[in-house]
Design a protein around this ligand. Structure first.
Ligand code: NAI
Length: 329
């Protein structure tokens, strides 16, 4: 199969090159998939895209006109693809449903620890030879209540790790996973109760029409004063402006964001020589109690291995059987 790989980066190309596949012709493009770049897919059977790419109705129509029949997503989430439109155009879409839930869960914990123990602040001070400790006080994680919203693959690993820290783990999910209750003393509750009881809240669910702005002003109002919020799921689950207001008032004491609702065209790019045009993001970078990583949670060797090998397996299956076990439509 001839496959155009969009948004290839220096961090994932070596993982594709490591897999010696003679069955497919893989062509790498640094370009993000957009209405302007879709023409690059002309005469390809399939494309492989990343979270930073868009496959909306307009782009899918273009891809269809160029003969593309398969879209392999190099991600778990598929909020960047119009699945209904792809189905209508008979374009198959498959994701990588699981690569390393550990990568994202561990990054979430790294954010909790770095924010709580003010590691970035401390490191900045030490580099200026300021060895004072004022303002660096954190809290014991042991005994704190952590609310996990979404206890799928990533949320389950997170529950395990936080249980190990001695946290009381509570959760909200539309489907309860009973084994978590016995293994980690996890207690399911509704969203409002989770917001009221949690010292730390972590978002680990997909972005869709039900979860868009799930964390909004109303939800934040009922949270504990001084709550820590971590979003490693998708930016659009959080109303960023409401979080900024809550950070200013102190309602939210700290915010770890690995994803941002307007991250497209910014995250994954070196914009250090240009002016950051997004005023909201620029403001967030000035808050010392906000830790931002640019959609980096997945970035481990194990996860990249998993993403690339499952992407190739999906393409293999499409070539052999016309369908893959990871088909979404
Ligand atoms: P998963 O599908 O295993 O788990 C998602 C959980 O969310 C499920 O238990 C599901 O029942 C629950 N859920 C879905 N809609 C809900 C709703 N409306 N209300 C309550 N619960 C709901 O997915 P997984 O692998 O745990 O990933 C979760 C999300 O993390 C992905 O959808 C993706 O957006 C994000 N992610 C972020 C990465 C990053 O690098 N920052 C990397 C990988 C995933």
């Amino acid at each position: 199969m001839k496959v155009a790989i969009f948004s290839i980066h220096s961090f994932d190309r070596p993982f594709f090159e490591k897999i010696k596949t003679n069955s497919h012709e893989l062509v790498y493009f640094k370009e993000q998939l957009s209405a302007e770049t879709a023409y690059l897919a002309k005469d390809f059977d399939g494309i492989a895209i990343f979270t930073s790419d868009s496959a909306n109705e307009e782009i899918l129509n273009l891809l269809h006109s160029y003969g593309v029949k398969f879209i392999a997503l190099r991600s778990v989430g598929y909020d960047h693809v119009d699945i209904d439109k792809a189905t209508e155009l008979k374009i198959k879409v498959a994701n990588v449903p699981e690569y390393s839930p550990f990568a994202i869960a561990e990054h979430t914990v790294a954010m909790i620890l770095a924010l709580n123990r003010k590691l970035i602040l401390a490191d900045n001070r030490i580099k200026r030879h300021d060895f004072s400790l004022g303002g660096l006080t954190g809290f014991d994680l042991n005994g704190k209540t952590v609310g996990i919203i979404g206890t799928g693959k990533i949320g389950s690993v997170l529950a395990k790790i936080l249980h190990g820290f001695g946290c009381k783990v509570i959760a909200y999910d539309k489907i309860e996973e009973s084994s978590l209750k016995s293994k980690y003393a996890l207690h399911y509750t509704n969203l409002d109760e989770l917001c009221k009881q949690s010292d730390i809240i972590s978002l680990n669910l997909p972005l869709n029409k039900d979860t868009k702005y799930l964390i909004n002003e109303q939800q934040i109002t009922i949270m504990k004063n001084g709550v820590m919020l971590i979003n490693t799921a998708r930016g659009g689950i959080v109303n960023t402006q409401s979080v900024i207001n809550a950070l200013k008032s102190g309602k939210i004491s700290s915010f770890g964001m690995d994803v941002y609702e307007n991250e497209k065209g910014v995250f994954f790019h070196d914009l250090s020589k240009s002016i950051l045009e997004d005023d909201t993001l620029a403001l967030l970078t000035t808050f010392s109690n906000v830790l931002i990583t640019a959609h980096q949670s997945f970035l481990t060797n194990e996860a990249l291995d998993g993403i690339v090998s499952t992407t190739i397996k999906n393409i293999d299956q499409w070539q052999k059987e016309g369908k893959s076990v990871n088909d979404i439509n």
